[in-house]
Design a protein around this ligand. Structure first.
Ligand SMILES: [Fe+2]
Ligand SMILES: [Fe+2]
Length: 490
């Protein structure tokens, strides 16, 4: 009996562990929920209304209409659930985009299914969704959008349906991984070529008329013109992806890498006006990148988020120790722990202002408050205590929130370890470095900073090892190599 209870406990534990993420998804406003509901109803009406046009209308027809109507409604909601599961921080604008694309495809299917190839209708939106919301959401969208070819007159050929599913799934899977606009361009060339060859093999050559000028691009069933149309629509989609990024706040890999460019004006300003902070930023990006790789997180997100995490220090660089360069410390001059705590909190508030002004995407802006969480400003708290002022600990804590994702939690840990690792003796052993890292991790955990991040104990162990590896690299760089006159090559 005891064994069964233990097994159940273990199974329950495993079940809870696989429920990623545990945190609450973003809540939408009532208006947004209403808009989403209305679009879903519209999708259901468009998918099913033809069944009501039969005359004379029988009870069985009404039943089949009701069935199709509810099927479309349930499918739309399943799609929303999948997208929320894959991106817990998905915004209402992105969900509206997701189902509006479904609405557009359903409308196109019934209005132009006899003239436009289904490949051109389904593959380009799948590319936008996979780029901005991930491969799983895109796959769910493709499977729902490919269904319900209600009218038998426009129902597509089985082989064409197979080609459509294969290429739409391929685009969904690759789209989520593509890291540059050049790769997107390659995809938009190779997918139409691939679909052309597959249709040629599966559907046959009799439908290929290379020089049919009459209906060159719009005759359904003409394999060549269908593939050409697909290529054109995909290229246009790529052209408009930046527009979708800014309107719907989509964070594509290409956008992430663009933001990580150190020539971006904000990053250039950081390197010129706050060189110490810039150096600190580069080091913690290295730590966080290695740790994120270890646990299989989003490396590009943590690298870019890391670059902007302390951007708020631009409002008063000299108030932060890394930029002081031996000169007088303004905190000593004012000698007011409360004012000093305000300046520290301001690097988060100002950072968020910079993020808004520079239109940084929300997942990047989240790194600004979450890297500090609700940490205590220990130095100024103790200074205030020494002055015997009546204080509350909360006056000396950052406003938060605590890290809400694994990536922001890693950045907080890297931020805490960076100074300690940099200050460590060059001759310190690996165990000493690991102990320093472990102490910082322990205080953060005990303080409740990691409670919403969903990091498991195993992942925390891996992050510690990753930080240790980076420290070993730093130590290796600091070792002076013996050089002689004849040995100056590198
Ligand atoms: Fe900071
Ligand atoms: Fe920092």
């Amino acid at each position: 009996m005891k064994n069964i209870t233990t097994t159940f406990k273990k199974l329950f534990y495993l079940w809870r562990r696989c429920q990623v993420p545990i945190k609450q998804p973003t809540r939408f406003s009532k208006i947004d929920n209403l808009i989403i509901f209305l679009i879903c109803i519209l999708i259901s009406i468009i998918s099913s209304y033809k069944l009501l046009l039969i005359s004379p209308l029988e009870i069985s027809d009404i039943f089949s209409w009701l069935l199709i109507f509810s099927e479309a409604l349930v499918s739309s909601y399943i799609l929303i659930l999948v997208s929320k599961k894959e991106n817990p921080t998905i915004s209402s604008r992105q969900v509206i985009l997701l189902i509006t694309l479904l609405l557009v495809v359903q409308t196109l299917k019934f209005a132009f299914a006899s003239t436009i190839s289904p490949l051109s209708m389904i593959i380009p939106p799948a590319l936008i969704i996979s780029q901005g919301m991930g491969s799983i959401t895109a796959l769910a969208w493709v499977s729902i959008a490919s269904l319900s070819w209600l009218d038998s007159a426009i129902a597509i050929d089985n082989n064409l349906f197979f080609v459509l599913l294969v290429f739409a799934s391929l685009v969904s899977l690759l789209g989520g991984r593509i890291r540059s606009r050049a790769q997107l361009l390659q995809l938009s060339i190779f997918v139409p070529i691939g679909s052309f060859l597959s249709q040629l093999i599966l559907i046959g050559q009799d439908k290929t008329s290379l020089f049919d000028k009459k209906e060159f691009a719009f005759s359904n069933g003409d394999i060549f013109s269908d593939s050409l149309l697909l290529a054109i629509v995909m290229l246009l989609t790529i052209l408009f992806i930046p527009l979708f990024e800014s309107i719907f706040g989509l964070l594509t890999k290409a956008r992430l890498l663009e933001l990580a460019d150190k020539e971006k004006p904000l990053i250039r300003r950081l390197s010129l006006e706050a060189p110490g902070t810039f150096e600190h930023t580069l080091l913690i990006c290295g730590l966080a990148e290695e740790a994120t790789r270890m646990i299989g997180g989003d490396i590009d997100l943590v690298k870019t988020g890391g670059l902007y995490h302390d951007i708020g220090k631009l409002h008063a660089p000299s108030w932060f120790i890394e930029n002081q360069d031996g000169s007088t410390n303004p905190h000593d001059e004012i000698d007011d722990p409360f004012k000093s705590a305000e300046v520290l909190q301001a690097h988060v508030d100002e950072g968020l202002k910079y993020a808004r002004k520079n239109r940084l995407p929300q997942p990047i802006a989240n790194f600004i408050p979450e890297h500090q969480g609700t940490l205590k400003m220990g130095y100024f708290f103790h200074k205030a205590k020494e002055k015997n002022i009546k204080i509350s600990e909360n006056d000396f804590r950052y406003n938060g929130p605590v890290p809400q994702s694994k990536e922001t939690a890693i950045l907080m840990l890297a931020d805490g370890c960076e100074a300690a690792l940099r200050a460590m003796n060059i001759n310190a052993s690996d165990n000493e470095a690991l102990e320093t890292i472990s102490n910082i991790f322990y205080t953060r955990q005990k303080d409740g900073q990691l409670k919403d991040s969903n990091l498991s104990n195993g992942e925390i162990f891996l992050i510690k090892r990753a930080f240790l590896n980076v420290w070993k690299r730093i130590r290796h760089r600091r070792i002076q190599y013996p050089t002689s006159k004849n040995n100056t090559f590198s």
